[in-house]
Ligand binder design. Structure first.
Ligand code: UD1
Length: 383
């Protein structure tokens, strides 16, 4: 049996881990363990996803909770090290780009345990994003880089990663979407919100750049005032964003938007139903850009860049930043044009987790050797 220890910690990890745990079980070749770092801990940010997606109870709960990046990352590392000492897995599998991803990869690599990174190679080229730092660092130390979209291959090759480490496997998040789509259709969320299919918008926001700065958040509010006037707009609010609203003194302004429905974060099935039937989705999330691409729903991405460019070229997403005029103009265009002409990216077919399980069971990693200094110009002592 191959012993594989999987790491999850924050909401966007759970839908990536779910199909992997199922694929290990289906293959019969694995002893699969699950460690939850506790980076996200509210019931509707964590437990609900485990229940709805049938993820087994974590074997290990590190219970780290919130903190500054340094505190959170350090605590995950400190608590993960004894777990690896106890369990000595053949592989540690980390997903995505959150603090749990880099923290656990770093601990494993230093203990000589092989690391596979699911969703490797994505780059926003924006080093002010904590996730970009997590992506760069994780990819530079992982042994196996499992790529979800073509840009990931290009980025890793350009960074000089040897070809044998890189594998294009497809998108595990789409595995989860396709597996749960029918069940999500049965969700009663539209009735509960008093909205009708095709006649409402959805908003999600949580990036520090959008919600921690009063000017930027104020500009987005200006756009939302116009958008919610056009159609009822449902805003399942991330805890970080809720804290910011109060702290930045914007709560009253949002309360004044009578057709903006601010609600608690939703579970996976309700949110999938909400996205699938929306007129326009406005978001700064990474995963939602991919999900709307498959659902064929317009997505306005409230960022200046994306690490998922396939969602712009093949998908339904447009980058609109935080300028209200630009957001409103793009929104009006979406409202008058159906989102046709998209194509499904290669291997976003529901089988990515099976490809990963197959690779983990057959892959023989090259021994870790010091990199020879071939081709590196020697520094002259007089320089
Ligand atoms: C994290 C990830 C981000 C991901 C996002 C999805 C990093 C660097 N960031 O950002 O990549 O897109 O999750 O949600 O790992 N909080 C709660 N309850 C919770 C979780 C968080 O109240 O269950 C609060 C925390 O106290 C904190 C804030 O939300 O004040 C932010 O949480 P944190 O985990 O630090 O980062 P996210 O912004 O959620």
């Amino acid at each position: 049996m191959i012993k594989v220890l999987n790491v999850c910690g924050a909401r966007p990890n759970f839908m990536k881990i779910a199909p992997l745990m199922q694929a290990y079980q289906a293959s019969g070749e694995f002893e699969a363990l699950l460690a939850h770092t506790g980076q996200h801990y509210d019931s509707n940010m964590s437990d609900l996803f485990f229940r709805q997606l049938g993820i087994p109870e974590p074997d290990l709960n590190l219970g780290v909770g919130s903190g500054s990046h340094a505190v959170q990352t350090a605590q995950i590392m400190t608590r993960f090290e004894p777990v690896l000492e106890d369990h000595q897995p053949d592989w540690v599998v980390v997903v995505g780009d959150v603090n749990s991803t880099i923290a656990c990869a770093l601990v494993a690599v230093k203990m000589g345990i092989r690391v596979a990174h699911v969703e490797a190679g994505l780059r926003s080229f924006d080093r002010s994003m904590p996730e970009e730092i997590n992506r760069l660092l994780t990819d530079s130390i992982a042994d196996l880089l499992l790529v979800s979209e073509p840009s990931g291959l290009e980025n890793l090759r350009r960074e000089g990663v040897p070809d044998e480490k890189i594998h294009y496997v497809g998108n595990v998040m789409i595995d989860t979407l396709l597996a749960n789509r029918d069940q999500a259709e049965r969700s009663t969320v539209l009735a509960r919100q008093g909205i009708e299919s095709g006649n409402y918008n959805v908003v999600t926001l949580h990036r520090p750049r959008n919600v921690d700065d009063p000017t930027v958040f104020g500009r987005i509010a200006e756009a939302l005032e116009v958008i919610q006037d056009d159609l009822p707009t449902v805003f399942p609010m991330h805890p970080r964003t809720r804290h910011s609203l109060a702290r930045l003194g914007l709560a009253e302004r949002f309360e004044g938007m009578k057709r903006l429905q601010i609600i608690e974060p939703l579970g996976y099935l309700d949110f999938l139903k909400l996205m699938a039937n929306a007129s326009v989705v406005l978001t700064d999330s990474g995963g939602i850009q991919e999900e709307t691409t498959i659902l064929g729903v317009w997505c306005l991405t409230l960022r200046e860049n994306t690490e998922r460019p396939i969602t712009l070229t093949a998908g339904t997403s447009t980058l609109v930043g935080s300028d209200p005029r630009r957001i409103i103009e793009a929104y009006r265009q979406c409202r008058t044009t159906p989102p046709g002409g998209r194509s499904v990216p290669e291997k976003w077919d529901g089988l990515a987790a099976h490809r990963i399980a197959r690779l983990l069971s057959t892959y023989i990693p090259a021994p870790r050797e010091p990199v020879p200094l071939v081709g590196v110009p020697m520094l002259s002592l007089t320089q």
